[in-house]
Design a protein around this ligand. Structure first.
Ligand code: PNW
Length: 474
């Protein structure tokens, strides 16, 4: 990979976190081991037609059994932090009741292994694997699910709070709500316009309740939420395109940022949703719970949306499921938009590569919202990687992607954005939701037949970069 002496070396703070991320259902496997109950992703992936090629997370990359070797690999790359998620149905097989000790114990072993290698554990409580019994009782559109989530958070904190200091409540509630309950391309696969909006509220309420539960147990715990935020652009500057972009920015970015950081829903989005819901599900006090002050905000960034007004929603830029072509729009009340491209190179997800957009997103959050420490909790790219004849996996496009986005981070920091760390998505190739194993995001290649791990060129580049840039860029 290119590494000339004259390259300008970006500067990062000495305590910058250099990490990589995974999520439970995407890597663990062991779906029926040690008392784990079924989640909505087990049900969804086992429903024919939902996931490309009928892939499931039953085995995934068997991280549940290989975590020791996997942590050793993280250490060899020089990671200083590892972001993972806890599977709710391992801890509470039905989503209620006492903790399943065997399930919790896996996370205790994992965390101890990380600490022994001087890697900081960053724990996410919910990365989309709702216990199936809670879905059967109504799922996230049911208000009780928020209370169940806070109870689950308490159980996990009781077990791990002595050794985990970084807590993220939810990963990407937009996906859980609108891909899961409105577009139907993620579990549980429901296609109801209002259900996504109500689910979003109960996810955020669960976030607030869980944040309070963790803080009441450990006043020093660092608690945050991770949102998937997008840079925005319009296809033309017509009024129609600008209004389309305002709507998509509203539902995707501000519908989550505003309640969490400012304690209110954006008025224009509430108005856009008038034909979908009257917001009768929002009770007095909910928004003050939801806006419980955060210690940090996680930003997942992949691409920019280029939006144009349309007759009806066309291919929603990679939001189509891998298995089921008849996806609904994940933007209720704003279906009359389409997503287009500006001619930039794309990844295997057909997402345009736009590193400047990451800088824009970080500056925007820092400028438009009350100050909160920011972390890029996911950023990365899928490419159709294959081992060469010598078994090596060369992925120069991923190196270029990561290099560009990390430089955008350094520029934002230089401009005063309080960015404290970066987590590449993903450490390993893994189960990419509705696309199954057909999309590879890993720094480390996984041969699914043998579960053999092979660091790609990008993994070696990242290890070098952590060494070169990881000490304040000196
Ligand atoms: C995020 N979309 O998912 C998740 O947090 C990861 O688990 C996932 O593997 C990664 O990004 C790559 O996709 C998304 O269709 C999945 O808009 C789909 C969408 C966005 C994010």
């Amino acid at each position: 990979y290119p590494q000339s002496e004259t390259d300008i070396q970006p500067r990062f703070p000495a305590d910058f976190r250099w990490g990589a991320a995974t999520a439970a259902y995407q890597v663990e496997g062991a779906a029926r081991t040690d008392g784990r109950g079924p989640s909505i992703w087990d049900t969804f992936s086992h429903t024919p037609g939902r996931v490309l090629n009928g892939d499931t997370g039953d085995e995934a990359i068997d991280h549940y059994h290989r975590y020791r070797d996997d942590v050793a690999l993280m250490a060899s790359l020089g990671l200083t932090a590892y972001r993972f998620s806890v599977s709710w149905p391992r801890v509470q097989p039905t989503g209620r009741g006492p903790a399943n000790a065997a399930g919790l114990d896996f996370y205790r072993r994992l965390v101890d292994e990380l600490l022994a290698h001087d890697i900081e554990p960053w724990l996410t409580l919910y990365h989309w694997d709702l216990p199936q019994e809670l879905e059967d009782a109504g799922g996230w559109p049911a208000r009780d699910t928020a209370a169940r989530f806070a109870e689950y958070a308490s159980l996990v904190h009781d077990a791990l709070g002595d050794r985990v200091k970084r807590w993220t409540t939810l990963n990407e509630p937009w996906c859980s709500a609108f891909l899961g309950y409105t577009a139907g391309v993620h579990a549980p696969g429901r296609r109801e316009r209002a259900a996504g909006v109500v689910a979003a509220h109960h996810l955020l309420l669960g976030h607030g309740l869980a944040t309070q539960a963790i803080r009441s147990r450990d006043a020093d715990a660092q608690v945050g939420i991770t949102l998937n935020l997008y840079a925005m652009a319009t296809a033309t500057d017509s009024d129609a395109d600008r209004d389309a972009a305002r709507r998509i920015d509203g539902l995707q970015n501000r519908f989550f940022l505003d309640p969490v950081l400012c304690g209110r829903y954006p008025g224009d989005v509430v108005a856009d949703l008038a034909g979908v819901t009257d917001f009768g599900h929002v009770r007095d006090g909910d928004l003050s719970t939801i806006s419980t002050p955060l210690s940090m905000l996680g930003v997942n960034y992949y691409t920019r949306y280029v939006v144009t007004a349309a007759e009806s929603h066309a291919n929603v830029d990679g939001h189509g499921g891998g298995g089921d072509g008849s996806a609904g729009s994940p933007f209720p009340g704003s279906e009359h938009v389409a997503f287009t491209h500006r001619g930039l190179p794309v990844t295997h997800m057909d997402w345009e590569i736009d590193a400047a957009g990451l800088g824009e997103v970080l500056r925007r959050v820092a400028t438009d919202y009350p100050s909160v420490p920011l972390y890029v909790t996911e950023n990365g790219a899928a490419f159709p990687d294959e081992p060469g004849p010598d078994g090596a996996v060369d992925d120069p496009s991923r190196v270029e992607y990561l290099d560009g986005h990390l430089r955008a981070c350094a520029d934002a920091i230089a401009d005063g954005v309080p960015l404290g760390g970066y987590f590449a998505w993903s450490l390993f190739d893994n189960f990419e939701w509705s696309w199954g194993y057909d999309r590879r995001f890993g720094l480390v290649y996984v041969d699914y037949a043998t579960q053999r791990r092979t660091p790609k060129t990008s993994a070696n580049w990242y290890a070098d970069t952590i060494r070169r840039w990881g000490n304040g860029g000196r």
